[in-house]
Design a binder for this molecule. Structure first.
Ligand code: AMP
Ligand code: MG
Length: 320
């Protein structure tokens, strides 16, 4: 079948999220190939089921090193390096805290402060020992748990992009529940990706981001949260305190070449807040950000790799 200019959308629910694939040809077998690939990756990285490569490492915490495949080792190496950056708000050993809060899952509650203190002691990324020779991962303390939730979707979005490229696909979009990766320019000269209005219906947009062959990743506190006594407890935790990160931000969107960078940087910048992030991003031209703040601002760090069209006049736009 020859490619045409109609868009064919394929969807599935995987990794607890709606997954959308857009192609410019009707190709069920390619779509199945993509969903199979995502399922395989999910089975490798999940911590929401008893068995996966990551769960094997977690189950052996305090006991044995576990040898993993080269791609899993590489992703863990990367996650550790980011987690160990000075002042990093990204911490891939945050698992015990995530499990304790259960935000976005049934049975959520506010943990006792002393329980959080106890669990914080199990979240030192330096306590993850990596051995390049044997490709093994060892969590030094019993009770430690790796959680790759803040990086895995970005990684998988790039795996899908690379797979589509191998299949000679030049124009496509994959949306892994908020992590979007694109090939080519779509039907209208650029792909249009909606920026969601925080705490609103999923299709209420405050703007549209246009990209060609770039990734667009959004991390927002409205994605998973619960409310209690007027306070919003959301799923991005502060590794220093064990509580949800509390600052002026409602969401951070990253536009970048690789979706894994987008996934990493949303979490890193979330912790930095707007001002520090803007200063930081001046040195990293391939990473661009859009911040949505509690006081109704949309702040764009720069617009080298995308264009932005606002759709809601109640937000003030600032561009740097
Ligand atoms: P994301 O959707 O990329 O913002 O990642 C959110 C997920 O990452 C959460 O659901 C947790 O599983 C995990 N997580 C929460 N806080 C952190 C953190 N500070 N560093 C790394 N991962 C985190
Ligand atoms: Mg992330």
């Amino acid at each position: 079948m020859t490619p045409d200019d109609r868009v064919y959308a394929y969807s599935a629910v995987l990794m607890g999220s709606p997954i959308l694939l857009k192609l410019f040809e009707h190709n069920e077998s390619l779509a199945s190939g993509v969903f199979r690939l995502i399922k395989h990756q999910e089975n490798t990285f999940t911590v929401n089921r008893p068995h996966s490569d990551i769960m094997a490492i977690n189950h052996a915490a305090g006991r044995d090193p576990v040898t993993v495949s080269a791609p899993v080792f590489e992703l863990i190496r990367r996650a550790k390096a980011i987690s160990c950056l000075p002042g990093s708000s990204f911490n891939f050993t945050i698992g015990p805290l995530v499990k304790c809060w259960k935000i976005g899952f049934s049975g959520h509650s506010i943990p006792a402060a002393r329980d959080l203190q106890t669990l914080l002691a199990l979240t030192n990324p330096e306590d993850v020992i990596l051995d390049e020779q044997t490709r093994s991962v060892f969590l030094q303390q019993a009770g430690m748990e790796i959680d790759l939730g803040a990086i895995a979707k970005g990684y998988i979005a790039d795996v899908v992009r690379d797979y589509l490229r191998e299949q000679q696909v030049e124009n496509a979009l994959i949306n892994l529940g908020g992590n979007v990766q694109t090939l080519g320019a779509g039907a209208e000269g650029a792909w249009a990706i909606g920026l969601k209005k925080p705490f609103s219906e999923p299709d209420t947009l405050i703007g549209v981001i246009n990209v060609i062959g770039k990734s667009v990743v959004t991390s927002g506190i409205y994605e998973r949260y619960f409310e209690l006594e007027g306070h919003c407890y959301h799923h991005i935790l502060d590794p220093k305190t064990g509580y949800p990160l509390d600052n002026e931000l409602l969401s951070v969107t990253i536009i970048s070449e690789d979706s894994i960078d987008g996934d990493i940087w949303t979490t890193l910048l979330y912790g930095m807040g707007v001002e520090k992030s803007l200063a930081y991003l001046e040195q990293i031209p391939h990473i661009e950000a859009i911040f949505v703040t509690r006081d109704g601002q949309i702040i764009l760090s720069s617009q080298r790799q995308f264009t932005f069209t606002p759709l809601d006049d109640s937000y003030r736009i600032t561009t740097y």
